[in-house]
Design a protein around this ligand. Structure first.
Ligand SMILES: [Zn+2]
Length: 320
């Protein structure tokens, strides 16, 4: 499977860093914690699909994961994009729990959980919009016409799916992840004509990965938190306490007495995730809570990271 290798999405890493750098007494701390646990659940739901997709032959399917595209006006994101020589398949993954009832008349998904009914965004309309966007993009790039299929997959195996009678088209579009293989086979059987050569497939996936835009999200702005509200200092990798003290070329935790040689690396990465991807000596000195410019410079130089500028104006590029 030619999957785009993917670690934790940047957005989740930013949330994690923000949680680390906020005091539990901060008025927005709880919101950040809740947002993180919601996002990680969604991410795990998506990842669970990898298992089902791992059975696909990589000769027949090119699988791209979490592709973020720009159509010239705004961004749209596709959880999974499968390219075959006969069709393209878009998959939207939802980890909704409870009992879901799809109402085709009003295009809404109604969830019943703990005796309460709520309307959720309709994944079928959502994925139709993505299909339209992709189609526009492919036409613009003059790719040969290729049918685009769509599926909304519920990743939670305990979720119950319901729809009104005679809604077979809905049950073909909205499925449990366990039914993915069977549904893929049906889609495969439906198409006979070859639309894309293996060269075109390679070219298309390369193009999509190239324009794949990762979210340059300013997380502090999103939660309306200023840089001054963040906790500074090097965090102890053993107990999480802040700040560690620099002593004889090492970091010492004042709480658990743990010693570390490179605990500053995580702190600098936090800086880059939350504040800026480049850092000056002065900024690093303040953020790491160091006493001297010389020590700060020694630490930054020891990282062997690229920089621009000379002496005081030098900016180091914190590698991600
Ligand atoms: Zn400690």
């Amino acid at each position: 499977m030619n999957e785009k290798e993917k670690d934790l999405p940047l957005y989740l890493e930013k949330l994690q860093a923000l949680e680390r750098r906020l005091s539990p007494n901060h008025p927005r701390y709880q919101t950040v914690v809740e947002s993180y646990s919601r996002s990680i659940a969604g991410y795990k739901g998506e990842k669970s699909l990898d298992y089902y997709l791992s059975f696909l032959s990589k000769d027949n399917y090119t699988v791209l994961h979490n592709i973020r595209l720009h159509n010239g006006v705004y961004y749209f994101q596709i959880d999974y994009l499968l390219i075959t020589e006969k069709y393209i398949l878009l998959i939207e993954v939802k980890n909704y729990a409870g009992v879901l009832h799809y109402d085709p008349h009003f295009h809404q998904l109604i969830r019943t959980m703990n005796g309460k009914e709520v309307a959720l965004p309709d994944p079928l309309s959502q994925i139709e919009r993505q299909k339209f966007q992709l189609l526009t993009l492919l036409t613009k790039r003059k790719y040969p016409y290729t049918p685009i299929e769509t599926l909304a997959v519920i990743s939670n195996p305990l979720t119950i799916l319901k729809t009104s009678n005679n809604q077979e088209d809905i049950s073909r579009k909205l499925i449990h992840s366990g039914n993915l293989a069977r549904r893929l086979k049906e889609i495969d059987d439906k198409y006979k004509e070859t639309r894309l050569s293996s060269k075109e497939i390679k070219n298309l996936s390369k193009y999509l990965l190239k324009i794949n835009q990762s979210v340059k999200l300013d997380i502090l702005e999103k939660f309306n938190i200023s840089q001054q509200e963040l906790l500074t200092g090097v965090q102890c990798p053993a107990c999480g306490a802040l700040p560690m003290k620099r002593l004889h070329g090492k970091w010492l935790c004042q709480i658990c007495k743990n010693k570390s040689k490179n605990a500053h690396q995580i702190a600098l990465r936090d800086f880059s995730l939350l504040i800026n991807e480049t850092i000056t000596n002065k900024e690093a000195r303040e953020f790491l809570r160091l006493d001297s410019d010389a020590t700060t410079k020694r630490i930054l130089t020891s990282l062997n990271i690229p920089f621009t500028g000379v002496t005081k104006d030098r900016r180091y590029y914190i590698e991600m």
